[in-house]
Design a protein around this ligand. Structure first.
Ligand code: ADP
Ligand code: MG
Length: 451
């Protein structure tokens, strides 16, 4: 058997073992010799040799025999260190190029072209997060690991992570950067468990140069996923690989995450994105206007419109952007100048809902009405399910629809501790995913409170 026949045999194996297995286990094998009926292959590590032998040994032997070779056994050995010079370069493989999992096979979400540092407007509220992201984007020796970015919805966490990835990729296109949400990580993990493919999963995640996990709060309460995340995390930190994590809250505020993971998450640099202020919002609007100038070439925006938007839409940048796009599209469509009146008309729903201040007391009244229980029972100390669940719903709505802090909400619920509120909020967040009744209740209550 020569290298060419081994090439053909490999192609057969590619068909039977699948692309991933092929790339991970077959492709790195280097055919050495056949002697006394034993076909020997060189492998980079003993572990790998054992694994291949156990899982693919028979298949490889079969293929070699079908190709007409007199072979009764296959063996895998680690080559001795070369006495001098460089190690022998691996032979080029027929189809799959690299011995690491193919970049195209890497998990993760594609990067958004719009999310660059150039497109990110810096202001007081995000100054520090931006500076830290810039620093990590420069690459070079890892200074803080992980970089932990946190802040409310729509404040630019995902944008900054993508910007880092773009920047790193620009200076080193070969860098293996993986960006994915904690949810996707879990999905991958569960899939690997189901397919009994954990080795490949581990190998895949441990082979990245930069790992970015978005919305890590999602793994709270998911014990096995947490555990795996922890091991992946440690393995990469040990190899000095950069990790970047985002979350909607600080590590210590993520309920349902193990202490050792919290302390790991805090071991690098933790920075938060503060809610936007007027200046930042105005800056973002101005920049978006420039960005979209091509899309709406004939659009005329009256003085004061951007200021109006920046004043009145203070929830988050995503909503602000959405409002602006809607307004511009409308203006372009009807061919009218975008005036203050047009803005007020066109965005009435958004402006109204962000305008009105919902109070905890209002929420409590609505929720007790909805569940047909007394307000005193909703707030009182009784812990039976019929009161406890509506109470948690009310806590959840108070957290999401008002700007009250957990301790403030706790005080309004009969002087409860903030951890009780946090627990309630989390519980409802979980239930919302799997209990459609709760999800409907929440939607109904939210609409009636905002309407
Ligand atoms: P998060 O991940 O924190 O929920 P995103 O990163 O998805 O928020 O940002 C929401 C939207 O707002 C994106 O379209 C993003 O480009 C935009 N955005 C947020 N902050 C800024 C900023 N400082 N400058 C420009 N655009 C921003
Ligand atoms: Mg995000």
């Amino acid at each position: 058997m020569n290298d060419a026949t081994w090439g053909t045999i490999r192609e057969e194996l590619l068909k039977t073992v699948g692309k991933n297995n092929y790339a991970n286990w077959i492709e790195p094998l280097e055919f050495s010799e056949i002697e006394n009926g034993v076909a020997t292959f060189l492998v980079p590590t003993q572990f790998m040799g054992n694994w291949v032998s156990r899982n693919f040994g028979d298949k490889i032997l079969n293929e070699i025999q079908s190709a007409g070779n007199k072979v009764s056994r296959v063996a895998f050995s680690v080559p001795p260190m070369p006495k001098s010079g460089k190690p022998k370069p691996a032979k080029p493989a027929p189809r799959v190029k690299s011995k690491l999992p193919d970049l195209d096979d890497m998990p993760g979400a594609p990067l958004d072209k719009r999310f660059t540092f150039d497109a990110f407007v810096v202001g007081k509220p995000n100054e520090l997060a931006h500076a830290a992201a810039r620093r990590v984007g420069e690459g070079g020796p890892v200074t803080f690991n992980p970089l932990f970015l946190y802040g409310g919805v729509g404040l630019g966490k995902t944008h900054l992570m993508h910007a880092i990835a773009w920047e790193l990729q620009k200076s080193d296109p070969g860098l293996r950067i993986v960006f994915l949400s904690a949810e996707q990580f879990m999905y991958r993990f569960v899939q690997a468990l189901r397919d009994k493919d954990m080795i490949a999963f581990k190998q895949l995640f441990r082979s990245v140069d930069v790992l970015m996990i978005d919305d890590v709060q999602f793994i709270a309460g998911k014990d096995a996923t947490q555990e795996e995340f922890f091991h992946t995390f440690n393995a990469l930190v040990d190899q000095n690989k950069q990790i970047i994590v985002s979350s909607d809250r600080a590590p210590t505020e993520i309920d349902g995450i193990e202490d050792r993971i919290v302390s790991r998450l805090q071991s690098g640099l933790v920075v938060d994105l503060h809610p936007t202020n007027y200046e930042l919002r105005l800056g973002i609007l101005q920049q978006k206007v420039e960005q979209h100038a091509e899309k709406f070439p004939n659009l005329v925006i009256a003085d004061g419109v951007l200021e109006f938007l920046a004043h009145r839409i203070s929830t988050n940048v995503r909503v602000l952007e959405g409002a602006m796009m809607r307004l511009f599209a409308f203006g372009a469509l009807v061919g009218r100048e975008v005036t203050l009146e047009l803005a007020q008309d066109c965005l009435a729903d958004i402006i109204r809902s962000t305008d009105r201040k919902i109070t905890v007391e209002e929420i409590q009244r609505k929720v007790s009405d909805h569940y047909n229980i007394r307000l005193s029972d909703l707030i009182g100390p009784k812990r039976v399910r019929t009161f406890a669940r509506p109470r948690q719903v009310a806590m959840y709505l108070s957290k999401t629809l008002t700007s009250r802090s957990l301790p403030e909400i706790g005080r309004r619920f009969g002087g409860r501790d903030h951890t009780t509120v946090m627990h309630g909020v989390r519980r409802i967040e979980e239930l919302k995913q799997k209990d459609s009744q709760i999800a409907d209740d929440l939607e109904l209550l939210r609409r009636s409170l905002e309407g």
